[in-house]
Design a protein around this ligand. Structure first.
Ligand code: NCD
Length: 327
């Protein structure tokens, strides 16, 4: 097992109890998490990836929504740090959501976990849970169409390691912006760190007044991605749509799919990103998804580093909180 010392030992602590959304963070808070994630990404590239930093801590992954990559990423992150990780998948029920959540909080408190990672279909549900748990750090792994902070952090880490900065970059986030917590968290993070963000998609898939978030809105994909340094594609979140938002997948691909011709309009060294799961032939062409400009696989790798950084940082605070009486 690798030694107890962490690659983040010399870095600034993260000053929060929970990670509920990028909207709660200041630019320095974001930088702290990115610096700590960067250190873990370097450390993960070395042999011997098992650490004892979270030994004796219990991490519960509470997923009310199906997830493969996010849940396994949090699981690997916790296990690499030596935590005892338990996965709780809760079948989603549309009735009495509030009551179910509060019951869950009571059950969880009785199990005395140190860290809870929550994904829930209701926007705001994770924050509600965070208010009801005792002596435990809560991480939002995606709540409805609201936020998915670790996804935005892993995207930013991928960009920062490739481009050396975020400030001044031209970003195009394309597709179903309205239903995407990934888009929301990314817009908050990237604008906070000084990137210029274009959102691209049909009017039916734009949240109302999205321009108030400091982005430029484009209905035409060719203009929206022109000269972009990063093109981030998003899936049509059909499970969050009631009714028809796009005529057909074929038509969507025709107007908003990323293919080689369109990608050529972006900067020559533009990065292609996608949080997954991808729908090849709907929002992205296979050639582009697997092409030389794609960093999609790297995003997954950075995801583990970010989650290790977040779990470690929050558990350090918790150790401090518990030492201080009356908190
Ligand atoms: C995203 C999510 O669940 O919000 N995926 C992910 O976390 N990897 C995006 C999506 O579902 O399209």
């Amino acid at each position: 097992m690798a030694p107890m010392t962490s690659p983040t030992a010399e870095l600034e602590p993260f000053p929060k109890t929970h990670l509920l959304g990028i909207g709660d963070l200041s630019p320095p808070d974001i930088d702290i998490l990115l610096d700590r994630s960067d250190a873990w990404a370097d450390r993960n590239a070395l042999p011997d990836n098992k650490h004892a930093i979270l030994r004796g801590r219990t991490q519960i992954n509470l997923f009310f929504e199906a997830s493969t990559r996010t849940q396994s990423s949090f699981e690997i992150a916790g296990k690499r740090l030596g935590a005892d990780v338990m996965n709780m998948s809760v079948a989603s029920s549309s009735v009495n959501k509030g009551e179910t959540l509060l019951d869950t909080a009571v059950t969880l408190n009785a199990m005395r976990p140190d860290l809870i990672v929550v994904r829930h279909h209701g926007s705001g549900a994770v924050e509600l849970l965070a208010r009801k748990v005792a002596n435990c750090a809560v991480v939002n792994a995606g709540d409805g169409s609201h936020e998915h902070p670790t996804q935005a952090l892993l995207d930013a880490l991928t960009i920062r390691r490739r481009k050396g900065r975020i400030a001044g970059l031209k970003m195009a986030i394309c597709g179903d912006i309205a239903h995407s917590r990934v888009a929301r968290s990314n817009i908050l993070l990237l604008t906070a760190l000084g990137a210029q963000v274009n959102v691209v998609g049909p009017a039916t898939l734009m949240p109302p007044a999205v321009e108030r978030m400091g982005v430029s809105v484009f209905g035409d994909m060719d203009s929206g991605i022109a000269d972009a340094d990063v093109v981030m594609m998003l899936r049509l979140q059909r499970e969050r749509m009631s009714g028809m938002y796009v005529p057909s997948s074929r038509e969507f691909f025709h107007y908003y799919g990323l293919n080689a011709r369109r990608l050529a309009l972006a900067a020559p060294d533009a990065l292609v990103m996608h949080p997954g799961p991808m729908n090849r032939g709907v929002e992205i062409d296979s050639d582009v998804a697997d092409g030389v400009q794609s960093v999609i696989r790297e995003q997954v790798e950075m995801g583990v580093a970010v989650r290790m950084a977040v779990l470690e940082a929050l558990s350090q605070n918790q150790a401090r909180d518990n030492r201080e009486p009356g908190r």
